[in-house]
Design a protein around this ligand. Structure first.
Ligand SMILES: Nc1ncnc2c1ncn2[C@@H]1O[C@H](COP(=O)(O)OP(=O)(O)OP(=O)(O)O)[C@@H](O)[C@H]1O
Ligand SMILES: [Mg+2]
Length: 203
């Protein structure tokens, strides 16, 4: 999908800019502190409901505002009929995603508007922990492979359950065997899908 119209309200110092980006390359220019990165941050927010600069919503919201709203019109590759997509987040953390008259969850939203951010933190991919690199590969796998998300979720669930069992003083062997089995089988499946995605991406 491409963004054919964008209106940003309640984000940092931006004063509700409204514009129609090009479907190809857009160049944003302006003085230091004028809000260029905040526009990119708003697009990231539209695609993920999060900022790439902060984990704290109050930093993203314009000081004194109760909510941030990024409203857009998005176009399917072969369509010329733009559909409305809006993401709103309140200071309390409450988040609303609406697309063409219905509410979406974050996985649906992410597959609608896949984005890739390159910024100073991108170097973490090279010098950060392996978790950062896994997350990067998983992001690609999620978009390229329709089975990825369910395998990933099942693996995460087994990992969490197994870890919480391990934290108990007295381990229930039978339960542990069940989660060991889940952990191994979903772990192997996830590895296969990660590998298949990387081999395809490399081709
Ligand atoms: N929560 C907030 N509420 C209001 N203003 C904010 C908030 N957070 C940051 N600002 C201001 O918004 C501006 C954000 O600018 P931003 O980083 O987007 O600018 P930029 O054009 O990318 O600048 P540079 O050229 O330095 O990269 C800064 O002037 C900052 O002081
Ligand atoms: Mg900047």
């Amino acid at each position: 999908m491409t963004i054919s119209y964008l209106k940003i309200s309640g984000v940092r110092n931006l004063r509700a800019p409204e514009f129609s980006p090009s479907s190809r390359i857009n160049i944003i220019s302006g003085k230091n502190g004028s809000g260029k990165t905040s526009i990119l941050e708003s697009i990231h927010f539209l695609s993920t409901t999060r900022s790439f600069r902060t984990h704290e919503i109050r930093h993203l919201l314009t000081q004194g505002e109760e909510s941030a709203l990024v409203f857009s019109k998005v176009l399917e590759p072969s369509s010329n009929h733009p559909l409305p997509l809006g993401v709103e987040k309140r200071l309390s953390g409450e988040t609303k995603v609406r697309f063409d008259g219905r509410t979406l969850d974050s996985a649906e939203l992410a597959s609608l508007l896949p984005i890739q951010v390159l910024y100073s933190g991108t170097f973490e991919l090279l010098d950060g922990s392996p978790a950062v690199r896994r997350q990067f590969v998983d992001w690609g796998g999620f978009h390229a492979d329709p089975y990825f998300i369910s395998i990933w979720r099942a693996f995460r669930r087994a990992l969490k359950q197994r870890n919480s069992l391990l934290k108990y003083g007295k381990i229930d062997r039978l339960q542990m065997q069940v989660w060991d089995q889940e952990f191994i089988s979903y772990g192997e499946l996830l590895t296969q899908h990660r590998r298949a995605y990387l081999e395809k991406a490399d081709a």
